[in-house]
Design a protein around this ligand. Structure first.
Ligand SMILES: Cc1ncc(COP(=O)(O)O)c(C=O)c1O
Length: 498
């Protein structure tokens, strides 16, 4: 088993290192006359020098490397954060994105001089259309949530063009929190479809909810597939038909596409618009590792409303079309996160159609393997075989031992694993949501399962050990409420460290 051992530095802020006059910089001499700040900036000039750290190159380098070692990352260990699809980011993506012809391109370069880059974006859009089974694509939204907003705005614009303004958006109770939030931001009304016993959305329940809450006012259904319990929504075609019969459109939250690539296409299931998180399914970095990208794919009838500028191909020429009178307008500066498009394009080309389909098979296989390994030690949220993620509940664990999901998550850190997602989805009591992704080997999965089983055994023998975890990390259990409400984000010399 991989054991977390070794030296970890308790690194102080860089302001506490160095000495006056020490420097690691080697800059060319001035080739312009020296000017005193007061002369150049007048009353705006600083009166005292800024208290900048003065450190040598090794000091600066070590400081940042040590800080980076305090981070848990996908390059050091499995990152089983459910719903987030923390896939390994292949290094060839980085190589491609760093080619100077691509990384050095200014976003205001005239399209005539950026034909190659526009072609890559166009090809990526076509690939996403093929994967989703939809007609057109807009790459620009900067995250899944912004893709949701853009997609719902397209649906709203379509209704308006048809002379209607329905307001109700039907959303299953198990939806990702961004779905109802998006709906509210779009000025629409989120209507909850209650959770069913088997964790799936059923046409009868959708119909009941429509009749109870909003007949004649159906704007859309927003549905995630596979859903946030890790289950495949097997009634989607009937549900989509029902929504269409009531005049609405179907929004597919495609953030979980990693489980179904090359197996089933959302467009074939009746979805009208879908967003895809490139930073989940298509191996571009998440969060602090890089900006996201949440392109949307949609049916032809929504194309007139697509955000501008829309990338269009005319023969062998690529053009940015900004003169679209029915467009919802611009949602993002320039064309979106271009570096992410290069990474996703590289990944798709590297994998090929068969490779993507295999990735989905392995993502599901890995999750089902963990499900089979853990179901005797923990309660699973659903008895049905899962898709890409396993959801556990602390229902009986807490009753028997007093140990809760948060305790298990903290104790996992002692075993060298990042915690899975906790307390989501909300419909599961004390949810612990594990998404291993396809790149983890059986050996790593076995190590993770062994750690989880060991924690269950510890909880049964001595709950306190788990409840007070972590014990082996640089800092122990934090006051999470205080950290969230009173974060100290800035170092000042008066305050020093505590
Ligand atoms: C199911 C689902 N929908 C939407 C989102 C929102 O995506 P983003 O975080 O890129 O805004 C996520 C994020 O992981 C998700 O898992």
């Amino acid at each position: 088993m991989t054991v977390a051992r070794g030296i970890q530095f308790d690194e102080p802020p860089i302001f506490e290192r160095g000495a006056p006059g020490r420097s690691g910089a080697s800059l060319p001499g001035f080739d312009v006359p020296r000017v005193a700040p007061a002369e150049a900036f007048g009353p705006l000039a600083r009166r005292t020098a800024a208290a900048l750290p003065e450190v040598s190159e090794p000091e600066a380098f070590r400081h940042f490397v040590r800080l980076s070692q305090q981070n848990y990352c996908i390059d050091t260990q499995m990152y089983p954060l459910g719903s987030c699809t923390m896939k390994y980011n292949p290094k060839i993506n980085e190589w491609a994105a760093r080619q100077p012809e691509l990384s050095g391109l200014h976003p205001l370069t005239p399209p005539e001089l950026a034909q190659g880059s526009l072609e890559v974006m166009w090809r990526l859009g076509r690939m996403l259309c093929e994967i989703t089974g939809l007609d057109d694509c807009a790459l620009s939204p900067a995250a899944g949530a912004q893709g949701e907003l853009t997609g719902l705005m397209l649906i709203r614009a379509w209704h308006r063009a048809e002379g209607r303004s329905p307001r109700k958006v039907f959303i299953p109770e198990s939806a990702h929190g961004t779905n109802p939030a998006t709906c509210t931001l779009c000025g629409l009304e989120a209507v909850k479809i209650p959770k069913s016993d088997d964790g799936l959305v059923h046409p009868e329940e959708v119909l009941r909810t429509i009749e109870r809450e909003g007949k004649g006012d159906v704007c859309a259904l927003m549905i995630t597939n596979p859903n946030t319990l890790g289950l495949f929504e097997s009634h989607l075609p009937e549900i989509a038909k029902l929504i269409h019969q009531h005049g609405g459109l179907v929004y597919g939250d495609g953030a979980n596409t990693n489980a179904i690539m090359g197996k089933v296409r959302p467009g074939d299931l009746g979805m009208d618009v879908v967003h895809i998180n490139l930073h989940k399914t298509f191996t571009t970095p998440h969060g602090g590792g890089g900006p996201g990208a949440g392109p949307i794919c949609f049916v032809k009838k929504l194309s007139p409303f697509a955000p501008v500028p829309l990338l269009v191909r005319e023969g062998e020429h690529f053009r940015l079309d900004a003169s679209r009178p029915q467009s919802i307008g611009r949602v993002r500066a320039f064309q979106g996160n271009f570096g992410m498009f290069i990474r996703a394009y590289t990944y798709i080309r590297e994998m090929g159609a068969d490779g993507l389909s295999l990735a989905s098979s392995l993502a599901v296989l890995n999750a089902r393997y963990l499900w089979s390994q853990l179901k005797d030690s923990y309660d699973v949220a659903s008895d049905r075989p899962c898709m890409h993620e396993v959801v556990l509940t602390d229902e009986s664990l807490e009753k028997k031992t007093g140990v809760k999901t948060l305790d298990v998550a903290k104790r996992l850190l002692d075993y060298g694993f990042h915690s899975p997602t906790v307390y989501f989805p909300l419909v599961v009591k004390g949810a612990l949501m594990i998404e291993p992704t396809e790149t983890e080997t059986k050996q790593t999965l076995d190590e993770f399962a062994a750690a989880m089983k060991a924690i269950a055994a510890e909880a049964a023998a001595d709950g306190e050990k788990v409840k007070s975890a972590p014990h082996l990390t640089r800092v122990g259990r934090l006051d999470e409420a205080r950290a969230a409400r009173k974060p100290r984000l800035r170092w000042t010399s008066e305050q020093g460290r505590d």
